[in-house]
Design a protein around this ligand. Structure first.
Ligand code: ATP
Ligand code: MG
Ligand code: MG
Length: 376
């Protein structure tokens, strides 16, 4: 069976690496001007451009039986047109919700799921007055084309410049959530409606970018995993979702608030490559190809961690047999996700000890901040 992946970044590469091991074939649809992660040898790369004949493009992709996306920022008209040639999972409707913050927040609100308080804003909005209502700091986020904290601003009462907001409803403002920590739930739903969930993962960001994750999230209060799973069940059922869906969450005391959704495999699920019975990439492919989902239990009941390698060259050596390097083979650029290291261990103490040593070496300036949950 051939799977076409729309997008050709590292998530596409890791999906293909997982699927080839199981006998699937791949092709990649790159957007105009998209810089591809090396996928040579994993399948043909076809480039999309305005005016391209879609049946020809579909033939060049090797007439895939199913197609999937590796990111949410993709043209919906293209996804809908491709969906008429072979099913696109998750569906273009699901991607439409997750690629637009207003649509996503309205959708979550409509299902009674908690989010940060938010309003639509534009050039005419009095942000000072709005902050009086939602509180400082105020997060102003572009509805579309935002990732890794790009296209968003955190305004405080001392901010001198306000973001250049255009007319129209292209931005939202969000009140701050004073979270105890950030968590994520990677969930998956098969074509037959079967669902599975990975353990909640604790995520530590610096300047809006994920630096490291620990799984299962340490010191989880009872019931929290169940609450997150219920949220994911509600969402996936409402969307008729097929594939992996990730919920980015804020934990406040015993409550979970949804930050945003990612209709795809997620950076915070990379630890599953080495720490889970079935990794997120394999389970996504199982879901979209109609195969039975694999177990989401941790390997050996142990603990895992993941450290992103941001803007740095490949480490020459790794400290122990419990660490595994996943390198994306992309030219090194400041702040860019070049690869990640997964750490696995029989227990949390071992994994945390090793993670601390690695963070010290890789992020000497900020390693202390990354060793514990980061408050806003
Ligand atoms: P991603 O790369 O995950 O797609 P993004 O650019 O879509 O990121 P968000 O997830 O909206 O951005 O925000 C990035 C980070 O900024 C969050 O993980 C969190 O640390 C912080 N943040 C965003 N919104 C809020 C909020 N309302 N309250 C507190 N912190 C926030
Ligand atoms: Mg996002
Ligand atoms: Mg996010």
């Amino acid at each position: 069976m051939r799977v076409a992946i729309i997008g050709c970044g590292q998530l596409a590469r890791m999906l293909a690496l997982a699927g080839i091991a199981r006998g699937l074939e791949f092709s990649f649809l790159a957007m105009e001007g998209e810089e591809c992660t090396p996928v040579q040898g994993l399948g043909p790369v076809v480039r999309f451009g305005e005016g391209r004949d879609l049946s020809r493009l579909y033939a060049e992709l090797g007439e895939p039986q199913v197609m999937t996306v590796e990111r949410e920022q993709l043209p919906l008209s293209l996804l809908r047109a491709l969906d008429r040639l072979a099913p696109v999972h998750p569906s273009p409707d699901a991607v439409a919700i997750c690629q637009h913050r207003r649509k996503e927040k309205s959708f979550l609100g409509g299902l009674g799921l908690p989010t940060a308080p938010w309003r639509l804003v534009d050039a005419d909005t009095d942000l000072m007055a709005l902050a009086g209502e939602l509180g400082w700091p105020l997060f102003v986020k572009s509805c579309e084309q935002g990732y890794d904290g790009k296209n968003q601003w955190c305004l405080t009462e001392h901010s001198t410049a306000t973001p250049p907001l255009p007319a129209g409803n292209a931005y939202i403002a969000e009140g701050v959530i004073r979270f105890d920590r950030e968590l994520s739930l990677v969930a998956v739903r098969g074509r037959d409606g079967q669902m599975a969930y990975y353990p909640l993962t604790e995520n530590r960001h610096h300047q809006g970018i994920l630096h490291c994750s620990v799984a299962p999230a340490p010191a989880l209060s009872p019931g929290l995993q169940g609450v997150a799973q219920e949220m994911a069940t509600t969402l996936m059922t409402a969307m008729g979702y097929v594939g992996v869906l990730t919920l980015e969450l804020f934990q406040v005391g015993n409550r979970l608030i949804i930050n945003e959704l990612a209709p795809r495999v997620h950076n915070s699920g990379h630890w599953t490559q080495d720490g889970s019975q079935t990794c997120q990439f394999d389970n996504h492919l199982r879901a979209i190809t109609g195969a039975a989902l694999g177990s989401t239990s941790t390997r050996g009941g142990g603990a895992s961690a993941m450290i992103n390698l941001l803007g740095m060259a490949s480490p020459q050596s790794l400290p122990s047999a419990n660490t595994r390097l996943h390198w994306y083979h992309k030219p090194v650029r400041p702040g860019r996700k070049q690869g990640h290291i997964n750490l696995v261990g029989a227990d949390r103490a071992q994994v945390e000890g090793e993670m601390t040593r690695l963070l010290k070496r890789l992020y000497p300036g900020i390693h202390r901040r990354l060793q514990q949950p980061v408050a806003p």
